[in-house]
Ligand binder design. Structure first.
Ligand code: SAM
Length: 308
């Protein structure tokens, strides 16, 4: 086993261009470990924060092995969970995977907390070379999490990214918690929060779907969320935003909330238009106790999570 210098970023097929652009910013650069549909990009360890990766392999090593059993023994000797990422050697990869503990891949019922045990990743460069990392940024295999969907009640599928953010955070609103949901229409997030028993103030210029509007604990304010000051809304346990807006506008609004001291827990989507505004993402990621991630259920957007 030998160290493999750097970090390996696993791309999200639809957003490879964003990952490549992000790694190129400031002339940082990267080396592709494979090409084609799948991408593994090797970059410097100094790039601590990479927003557009689906999963980053933090502690990669290389193992030259003779037999599949030998490779499997080496991985099992480190930890239980290992997610494959294959771009070549599919047959040998499948044989190796069979010799490793099975990973749970059933859709999860929410609420569900991501387990604390490490989820590693591995790939084969050729028939006798394995690259693996016991520590990865995502606790989900390959950064992918699936939920048991509710296809009848919520008016949009946007609730899935909220469930994912809360599962990652390992905590969620409790019965009676006061939640502000900015950019709430048609009501997927408000539905999910009220399902947890929270009291939700949904704010949007567009209406909430009637079935959500009438749920117990839900109130609706037709307004521009950003012209409301935190002091207009008062103390809240959680502030959520899925507002479509230019990222700097969201940053200003969040900074006003933080300065007010009226809320400590936030989950906000940073919506990108055209090429991503990574500067705003860095502005938010620099807020102590917070992080910016690209969730499996995010589209062309990032998610800022604070205080969880
Ligand atoms: C992606 S949708 C939100 C989806 C919602 N989270 C759900 O789960 O159904 C974005 C929303 O932001 C709203 N929006 C855009 N600008 C806004 C603003 N300044 N204030 C309040 N809402 C705004 C839009 O009307 C739209 O309903």
């Amino acid at each position: 086993m030998t160290g493999f210098p750097g970090r390996i970023h696993q791309g999200i097929p639809r957003f490879f261009h964003e990952l490549e652009r992000e790694l190129d910013e400031g002339g940082r650069g990267y080396t592709p470990l494979c090409s084609g549909e799948n991408k593994l990009l090797l970059a410097s360890e100094a790039d601590k924060e990479v927003f557009w990766a689906q999963n980053t392999w933090l502690t990669p090593f290389k193992l030259e092995f003779d037999s599949i059993s030998e490779a499997a023994r080496a991985l099992r000797g480190i930890q239980r969970n290992w997610a494959p990422f294959l771009f070549t050697q599919y047959r040998r990869g499948a044989l190796l995977q069979e010799k490793l503990p099975v990973l749970p891949n059933k859709p999860r019922a929410f609420p569900w907390k991501a387990p604390d045990i490490p989820m590693g990743s591995w790939t084969l460069l050729d028939a006798h070379t394995l690259i693996a990392s016991p520590a990865c940024t995502s606790p989900f295999p390959g950064g992918v999490i699936k939920f048991e969907e509710n296809k009848t009640d919520p008016p949009s599928r946007a609730y899935l990214k909220l469930w994912e953010a809360l599962s990652l955070a390992g905590t969620w609103p409790q019965k009676g918690d006061v939640c502000i949901d900015a950019g709430a229409s048609p009501g997927g997030w408000t539905w999910a929060l009220s399902e947890l028993g929270a009291s939700v103030l949904a704010i949007d210029r567009s209406p909430l779907e009637g079935s959500v509007r009438n749920r117990p604990g839900v109130s609706y304010l037709k307004h521009d969320a950003f012209t409301l000051k935190p002091q207009d809304l008062g103390k809240a346990d959680w502030v959520f935003s899925d507002v479509i807006c230019y990222p700097p506008r969201l940053c200003d609004w969040i900074e006003a909330w933080l300065a007010s001291g009226l809320c400590g827990k936030f989950i906000c989507t940073i919506k990108m238009q055209g090429l991503s505004d990574n500067e705003s993402a860095r502005r938010l990621a620099a807020i102590p106790g917070s992080r910016v991630v690209h969730l499996h259920h995010n589209k062309h957007e990032l998610t800022w999570i604070k205080g969880l």
